[in-house]
Ligand binder design. Sequence first.
Ligand SMILES: Nc1ncnc2c1ncn2[C@@H]1O[C@H](COP(=O)(O)OP(=O)(O)OP(=O)(O)O)[C@@H](O)[C@H]1O
Length: 237
Amino acid sequence: MTDIVFEKATIGYLRTKPLIVDVDLVLKPGLHILLGPNGSGKSALLKTVAGLISPLYGRVLVDGIEPYKERRRKVAAVVGITWQDPYYGFVEPTVRDEVNLILRQLRAQGNMEVADRLVPQQLWDRDPFSLSGGEAKRVSLASVLVADQPVWLLDEPFDNLDLDGVRRVSEIVREGKQRGKNIVVALHNPFYLEVVESDSVLIIDKDRRSLEVFKGGEVDDSVLERYGVLSRRMICR
Ligand SMILES: Nc1ncnc2c1ncn2[C@@H]1O[C@H](COP(=O)(O)OP(=O)(O)OP(=O)(O)O)[C@@H](O)[C@H]1O
């Protein structure tokens, strides 16, 4: 079981501009939803856990290792991170190559079933950059989740998806949770809070530069609005 541990960790890109300060937190396997206003540091936090940037101070550990100090391949075997902008990670000429890339890099068999569920057959020989936004989102999720790592960091995984896409991704997340994955999902749309039952909701307080931790069912509209996060009643008004 893979814990994510923050030890007095300060998250951000620049020491002169820390985004989230002094985080002390243990995330056990389960589903953790990450919320916060624009520019509060949701992506920065995910990138820190994935070792793409280092904490400005303190430590972040995944399965006992500090990801930013380790070789990329070792970290990629443990942590899968998907991008808010799905086109950002595309480097291969076809969807098939894109989905297989991480398996070649890790020399792993992976879980092709998850890729088949996400990516319709007619897309497999297409150029990833020719895909629609929703198709690209499916491919970008498949190209990471196919590796079946113990930690999934999903930045806006429901963006651009239709009913079928949201159903499939939420099922995969639900199953991942049951299979003991440690899953952190960054979200904007509060309705997706309901899609999968979460174990905790982490909200970045942009003014105090702190990370506030709530239980899954505790976050109502007034809590969201207190932190400048889009609420359900704001959308439905
Ligand atoms: N490489 C970088 N160097 C310096 N600052 C950066 C860098 N990348 C992002 N930032 C800034 O860091 C802040 C946090 O960015 P981040 O992308 O983590 O926010 P976010 O909470 O994911 O935002 P959003 O809700 O808009 O997706 C923003 O003000 C952003 O402009």
